[in-house]
Design a protein around this ligand. Structure first.
Ligand code: ZN
Length: 129
C-alpha cells in the first residue's frame, strides 16, 4: 500500500511551496487510499477512499518509521490478520453494536459476542506479554 508523507505547512512557513520539505518543522501527515469498507485502526477511523492522518511528528525520519508501521498494519488488516492495536477492539465492537442497533438488528446476541471478543483479546495479551 502506498503511503504518502507530506507536510502541512503553517501559513507563514518559508517552505510552504514544498510539501516534502525535509526539515522545516511543520507537522507531517500521511495520505493513503483504503479500498475496503470503513473500519478503525488503533483508534483512528479508516474511511473508504482517501485518508489523511496526522503523523504526530515533525521529524521526517520518524514519520518514515511510522509510515512503515502503518503500512504493515494496513496490509495485515487487508489480509484479515490480527493487528496489534491498543484500544481499538473495544472501539470496533462498540462501532459494530452501534451499527447493528441503528440498522434495527437485535443486539442481544451481538453484545454477548462482543464481550466474548474482549475476553479472548485479554487472554491473547497475557500470553504475548
Ligand atoms: Zn513548513
Amino acid at each position: 500500500m502506498e503511503i504518502t508523507t507530506y507536510r502541512r505547512h503553517s501559513a507563514n512557513c518559508k517552505h510552504k511551496d514544498d510539501r516534502y520539505h525535509p526539515r522545516c518543522g511543520c507537522p507531517l501527515w500521511f495520505q493513503f487510499n483504503w479500498s475496503q469498507p470503513a473500519t478503525t485502526l488503533e483508534g483512528n477511523k479508516l474511511r473508504r477512499g482517501q485518508n489523511k492522518w496526522a503523523a504526530e511528528t515533525h521529524i521526517w525520519s520518524e514519520a518514515q518509521t511510522k509510515a512503515k508501521q502503518l503500512n504493515s498494519n494496513l496490509e495485515a488488516l487487508l489480509q484479515g490478520k490480527p493487528v496489534r492495536q491498543n484500544v481499538t477492539v473495544k472501539a470496533a465492537v462498540d462501532e459494530w453494536l452501534e451499527f447493528r442497533s441503528t440498522n434495527g438488528l437485535d443486539n442481544r446476541k451481538a453484545d454477548l459476542m462482543g464481550r466474548k471478543a474482549h475476553r479472548v483479546v485479554r487472554k491473547e495479551r497475557c500470553r504475548s506479554s
